[in-house]
Design a protein around this ligand. Structure first.
Ligand code: MN
Length: 191
């Protein structure tokens, strides 16, 4: 991709004032990472981000990811974020995204998207609206499917669903019982 994938990110915020990373696109030289940030903004949500082509493709998930394969969670695609956003925790001041952010879960992931039995590059999978990733986090493990549903006619609307595998759990509800950061142990309220 030749266009600056972070231009929307930069246009929406004054990173000097907000304390968020300014973002310098860089190449990954290791396994791809995912991060789920708990963002207590005008409304509480979980930001689900996947490293792709040196940035973090991002979705805001109002109810957060579920480990129960029966749950379909709305995931609203938002602007790509810089890779160094992945370990950002703090308080965003007045303006876009005002509120507190913690790293609720993070780890590496494998892109396991297939089409007709063949592996699909992650950027292509996002473009096509069908993504499957196997997460290796602390709270989230196993495969999750992201599908571009355009529900309600909104181009930004996707759905996040747990694939029924060893990481699935119909009882454990980490989004309500494990509110602390996996990096610092802090909660949003601590910030
Ligand atoms: Mn957010």
């Amino acid at each position: 991709m030749s266009k600056d994938r972070l231009s929307t990110y930069r246009g929406k915020r004054d990173t000097g004032a907000s304390g968020e990373p300014a973002g310098h696109r860089r190449r990954g030289h290791r396994e791809a990472i995912f991060v789920v940030q708990r963002h207590d903004a005008s409304s509480l949500h979980f930001d689900f981000r996947l490293e792709v082509d040196g940035v973090l493709a991002s979705w805001a998930v109002p109810k957060g990811p579920s480990l129960d394969p029966r749950d379909k969670r709305l995931a609203v695609q938002v602007e790509d974020h810089p890779l160094d956003y992945a370990d950002f925790e703090g308080r965003i001041g007045e303006g876009y995204g005002e509120g507190t952010v913690i790293v609720w879960d993070t780890g590496t992931f494998d892109n396991v998207t297939e089409r007709k039995g063949e592996p699909v590059d992650l950027a292509d999978a996002i473009d096509a609206g069908h993504v499957k990733v196997a997460l290796h986090g602390e709270k989230l493990t196993g495969a999750f499917a992201l599908t571009h549903t355009r529900m309600g006619g909104d181009e930004k609307n996707w759905m996040l669903v747990k694939v029924d595998d060893d990481g699935a759990d119909r009882r454990r509800k980490p989004t309500s019982t494990q509110n602390e950061s996996v990096l610092s142990g802090r909660t949003n309220e601590d910030l």
